[in-house]
Design a binder for this molecule. Structure first.
Ligand code: NAD
Ligand code: UGA
Length: 459
């Protein structure tokens, strides 16, 4: 039996430990966090995050071989393997502000591990980190005068929110990077053995440390780049009469390109794409690769344009003013099936509409609390309304921002009847049946497709 610890019980740490505990009943698995409220929630029936399938797994293992605790020091002392899954946000101060990763939580954790250890351990980088962070980690951990030796392993996480459990139960691959020394390779094997309890061996890739660290940033950069690429084309579609869904289907049918991650929309959100690309940009700049940095930075620039241009299109369509107009935003989460609003396009769009003096009403099935917290500085000017019908009542426009499945099943005739006419609907996710909505009476503005309006000049 091994004692497995995870420092940081957030979106990644909590679910990862739950899945390891489920598949490795022989190991004792503990997730610790400095946030006592979060730990209390992990210990309750009201878990701190919503993920389909998570609760069942936590309830199945909790108290058996899965534990949540705030006792960080004692658990470090007892652990054989320590995953570190603390947050690594973008730096907001000093050198590299706005781009580089803020590694202060990371370094504090490393120091805490060495201070509280009385045996050698394997330390696993689970957080997403700049390439070569493991060197700093090794130096801090192995600068001790107690003869303790720490192997540092990189094992980045590729789960997507909303499908976290499915992704972890059936990963496309698990990546484990380590030093090419006998001790490093032994540590790699220890981590391989944990995952091999449920992941087919040919899906567990082992690499050197730097390849593993860089592959995580590279994977997110490639995914985000596809979204920005299709969004760039959506703008051209709107100018030319092409339909971005047809274009995406046509190019996605090429097996070399593939169909996934080609949905045009209001831009990507989430806690990681922007942060990780900017981290990559900073690394490239650090190594003097100016053109390479500019190449990747454009993915973020395009995404920001997509969000601001969505509001520009709304204002233009609504006779160049939304001041005083009630506008219902359908969706606050950065995508469906999550309560997370970090970097959600809905927040940016809400703020831009407030700048235009619109009256914004936000509705969302799961993310309203998170949206309220994220918009606390402007909360007096925003209405948070769980019921989409109530949100749209008296509105001049609906802007669909999150692709929640339930939004395609609403009674849009009933909603239309309660709206100010002419009623506008901006589908930022191309989720709805635009022809049906147009027939109902809406002036419909899809993304990357010609608008369907009732105005005689066809605007
Ligand atoms: P999170 O904010 O949800 O969780 C991080 C947790 O670490 C927080 O609960 C925080 O209280 C805790 N923490 C910070 N410092 C601590 C310390 N010294 N001791 C104990 N706990 C501490 O973040 P997250 O979304 O889980 O992301 C964690 C890492 O995983 C990031 O590097 C992120 O880039 C990466 N990642 C995230 C996702 C995702 O979908 N959210 C996916 C893959 C990778
Ligand atoms: C993403 C990656 O998919 C994960 O592999 C990675 O582990 C994670 O980031 C991370 O490092 O945090 P996540 O941000 O949870 O996962 O969600 P995605 O499904 O990737 O969606 C990101 C954003 O892109 C969402 O706002 C989504 O709406 C948008 N998107 C996605 C599109 O606009 N179009 C698409 O075709 C796909």
């Amino acid at each position: 039996m091994a004692n497995i610890l995870c420092i940081g019980a957030g979106y990644v740490g909590g679910p990862t430990m739950a899945v390891i505990a489920k598949h490795c009943p022989q190991h004792r698995v503990v997730a610790v966090d400095i946030n006592a409220e979060k730990i209390a929630a992990w210990q309750s029936d009201d878990l701190p995050i919503y993920e389909p399938g998570l609760k069942e797994i936590v309830l199945g293992a909790r108290g058996r071989n899965l534990f949540f605790s705030t006792e960080i020091e004692r658990n470090i002392a007892e652990a054989d393997v320590i995953f570190v899954s603390v947050n690594t946000p973008t730096k907001t101060f000093g050198r590299g502000a706005g781009k580089a990763a803020d590694l202060q939580y990371w370094e504090k954790t490393a120091r805490q591990i060495v201070e509280n250890s009385n045996s050698s351990k394997i330390v696993v980088e689970k957080s997403t980190l700049p390439v070569r962070t493991a060197v700093a980690m090794e130096r801090i951990l192995n600068s001790n005068d107690r003869g303790l030796f720490f192997d540092v392993i990189s094992n980045p996480e590729f789960l997507a929110e909303g499908t976290a459990i499915h992704n972890m139960e059936n990963p496309d691959r698990v990546l484990i990077g380590g030093r090419e020394t006998p001790s490093g390779q032994k540590a790699v094997q220890t981590i391989v053995d944990i995952y091999a309890q449920w992941v087919p061996r040919d899906r567990i890739l082992t690499t050197n440390l730097w390849s593993s660290e860089l592959s995580k940033l590279a994977a997110n950069a490639f995914l985000a780049q596809r979204v920005s690429s299709i969004n760039a084309l959506a703008n051209l579609c709107e100018q030319t009469g092409a339909d971005v869904t047809e274009v995406a289907d046509a190019i996605g049918a090429d097996s070399r390109i593939g169909p996934r991650f080609l949905r045009a929309g209001v831009g990507f959100g989430g806690s990681c794409f922007k942060k990780d690309i900017l981290n990559l940009v900073y690394l490239c700049e650090h190594y003097g690769l100016v053109e390479v940095a500019a190449y990747w930075e454009q993915v973020v620039t395009m995404n920001e344009y997509q969000q601001s241009n969505f509001v520009t299109k709304m204002v233009n369509a609504m006779f160049n003013t939304v001041a005083g107009k009630r506008i219902a935003l359908f969706g606050a989460a950065f995508k469906a099936n999550t309560s997370d609003t970090r970097e959600s396009p809905a927040l940016h769009i809400c703020r831009s509409l407030l700048d235009e003096r619109a009256q914004v009403v936000i509705t969302d099935p799961y993310a309203l609390n998170s949206a309220r917290a994220a918009l606390s500085d402007v909360a007096d000017h925003v209405v948070f309304e769980p019921d989409p019908y109530a949100a749209a009542r008296g509105a001049y426009a609906i802007a669909l921002i999150t692709d929640w499945a339930q939004y395609s099943g609403l009674d849009y005739q009933q909603i239309f009847d309660g709206m100010v006419q002419p009623a506008f609907l901006f589908d930022g996710r191309n989720l709805l049946d635009h022809k049906v909505l147009h027939a109902t009476g809406y002036n419909v503005y899809p993304t990357g497709k010609p608008p369907l309006t009732h105005f005689t000049n066809g605007a």
